[in-house]
Design a protein around this ligand. Sequence first.
Ligand code: ES4
Ligand code: ZN
Length: 326
Amino acid sequence: MSLDAYIAGLPKAELHLHIEGSLEPELMFELAQRNGVSIPFDSVEAVRAAYDFSNLQDFLDIYYAGANVLQTEADFHDLAMAYFRRAAADNVRHAEIFFDPQTHTDRGIPFGVVAEGLLAGMKRAETELGVTSKLILCFLRHLDEHAAFETLHQAEPWLGKIAGVGLDSSEVGHPPSKFERVFARAGELGLKRVAHAGEEGPPEYVYEALDLLHIDRMDHGNRSMEDEALIKRLAASQMTLTVCPLSNLKLCVVKDLKDHPVPEMLRRGIHVTLNSDDPAYFGGYVNDNYRRLAEAVGLTREQVTQMAINSFEGSFLSPTEKAARI
Ligand code: ES4
Ligand code: ZN
């Protein structure tokens, strides 16, 4: 069996997926029409042609603009179902999905519209596709601490259905320390904590995510590899890293997939998982991330298998749930 076929058949969990980043241009056009929202593109091809980024901010500007077409509960349900169908086709059995409530509440869409729409899609995906999922509320780090607290307050009626909080958006200039207090509150509320760290930001931001935010899992973490003590600490603690190779390539975090740090992370005993991040914008879903990285750096079947096992181990499923999903 080819490695590609082996990857396709492996049961996987996806732990780093921004649901707004799974909005394919076709659905963007459909929702724009349905809601009477104008978008600055003439065709699906023109949208795809605009997806040429030189850094994280370049991408974020387009990503936030694209989210404008999302207006109703039905839109968020359809967005989630479209992702789950694509994930199921990749043999993803469980997904822990991020959403950015502030992107929507700041343009007048109530928190409940976003949450109820996504939760309806998640429930349907479990029934119809057998894909289980959890929801992670991300704070936008380019906004201030007060706005994050306000978002956590708005989330209160849904906290029983939200697994954790995360931290995303523009990293450099917005260190984890800015959100120390709101992450402490989230911890008191019994929520899991994750954060993007070391995508573009320096190793110091990774230390802050660990020591100030007390994260349970780290998103990206690439630049940890610049700090020997940090490498040892991540390996010793078996911190799960949710790495996103095609995202790193599209956002110029790596010049070429051949230079990707995953092989070195694995050699150093770091608990790595592979994920798609914003698949509609970065050119591939989970299996594409496994295949393209495997082809570029020459991953073995054992390494691929280890990362798929890591994806379940690093999830927020209970031990019995994990055993049932693998
Ligand atoms: C993101 Cl790739 C990435 N990095 C930081 N924030 C994000 N939000 C959506 N995708
Ligand atoms: Zn991300």
